[in-house]
Design a protein around this ligand. Structure first.
Ligand SMILES: NC(=O)c1ccc[n+]([C@@H]2O[C@H](COP(=O)([O-])OP(=O)(O)OC[C@H]3O[C@@H](n4cnc5c(N)ncnc54)[C@H](O)[C@@H]3O)[C@@H](O)[C@H]2O)c1
Length: 327
């Protein structure tokens, strides 16, 4: 019979709760020990999942007997320190994106992972999506010569309604904002399909208070020789609009609303590929199966820390801004 792997969770906010619900439906991953710096978050979690064991600290989760893997769903600042403590304890680490905004700490951690053959991955949810697979096939000749990528995002409000309970960090410039939170998923897809992107021009629009996160971002990049346009803003009437379009000489592929996928040949009509809700479910279930592969030391499709750092470097370059004249 296949072994069941025990998961410790640190960070029990919006994403921690979502992961607990997903884990409850997985045959081989079992949430066991949990901790959050906020005692109220821990208490709420224990009343929803009384079978979980509350730990007294992050260190206590990591040292819990019988644990195989640690899931980190705190805001970005503690990601590297918690990952390193988990590596000390011999655990496989599944960390939320964004990896970190501390690049030096990330580089040291990646060097340690490489030197020790440690097991570490980052939760970019599109990593296991049928949409990503379709884009990879398209980029390998399925839509002819690649011509352009367009990434469009719009949010009526930031943070989005489903994140209303998240901490203040999400709306702040230091760690939050839609570029790190949402655009990073599509930069991950872009770089997985076409290689590391170069920022040619970027105009982020920040509120005057010096503290709040960006309200809009327009940018031009290049990846694998293909021009990439980004248009993103807190605007419009849709809570969470996103579209990633890869245009080729003989057709195009489009991801929309995260897991939705459509394709067209030439100038023909857009043809939906599969049911978006079913593909979301499949992608999320496969993401957990890939986590099992990570724990078992088998090949998997999850991004490692180095790939996640490369995404974050592109995101931070976009957020730093670059005038078009610098091209
Ligand atoms: N993969 C995805 O699709 C996805 C979606 C949303 C958020 N995220 C990421 O997940 C992470 C968490 O986001 P969220 O929306 O759940 O935020 P949140 O603010 O709702 O929750 C964060 C939780 O972490 C706790 N916390 C903060 N510092 C801590 C520490 N040092 N030790 C232990 N607990 C600590 C807070 O008390 C809070 O309960 C972020 O990195 C975010 O970018 C990923």
């Amino acid at each position: 019979m296949s072994e069941t792997f025990h998961v410790g969770l640190i960070g029990l906010g919006v994403m921690g709760q979502r992961m607990l619900a997903r884990l409850a439906a997985h045959a081989r991953l079992r949430a066991t020990w949990v901790w959050d710096a906020d005692p109220a978050a821990l208490a709420r979690t224990l009343s929803a999942y009384p079978q979980l064991q509350p730990a007294a600290s992050a260190e206590a989760v990591i040292a819990a007997p019988g644990l195989h893997t640690l899931y980190i769903a705190t805001p970005p600042a503690p990601h590297m320190a918690l990952s390193n403590r988990a590596f000390d304890a011999g655990l496989a680490v599944f960390c939320e994106k964004p990896l970190t905004v501390d690049f030096d700490a990330a580089r040291r951690t990646i060097a340690r992972i490489d030197a020790g053959g440690l097991r570490a991955a980052v939760n970019f949810s599109l990593a296991s999506s049928p949409g990503l697979a379709a884009l990879q096939a398209a980029a390998q000749g399925g839509i002819g010569q690649l011509q352009a990528v367009q990434i469009e995002l719009a949010f009526t409000r930031w943070p989005r309604p489903w994140q209303a309970a998240a901490g203040a960090w999400l709306a702040e410039r230091a760690e939050g904002g839609f570029s790190r939170e949402v655009l990073s998923h599509f930069i991950f897809v872009l770089q997985r399909v076409l290689g590391t992107a170069q920022v040619l021009a970027s105009q982020p629009d920040y509120p005057a208070d010096g503290r709040s996160a960006e309200r809009a971002l327009e940018a031009t990049l290049q990846a694998g020789g293909v021009p990439v346009q980004v248009q993103a803003a807190v605007a419009g009437v849709v809570d969470d609009f996103n579209r990633f379009t890869l245009q080729g000489s003989t057709g195009a592929v489009e991801l929309r609303d995260w897991f939705g996928l459509q394709q067209r040949h030439g100038d023909g009509p857009w043809l939906p590929q599969g049911d978006a809700a079913a593909m979301r479910q499949r992608g999320q279930a496969d993401q957990l199966d890939q986590w099992v592969a990570l724990i078992e030391g088998r090949p998997h499709s999850l991004p490692g820390f180095a790939e996640a750092l490369a995404v974050q470097q592109t995101i931070e370059a976009l957020l730093a801004g670059q005038p078009a004249t610098a091209r």
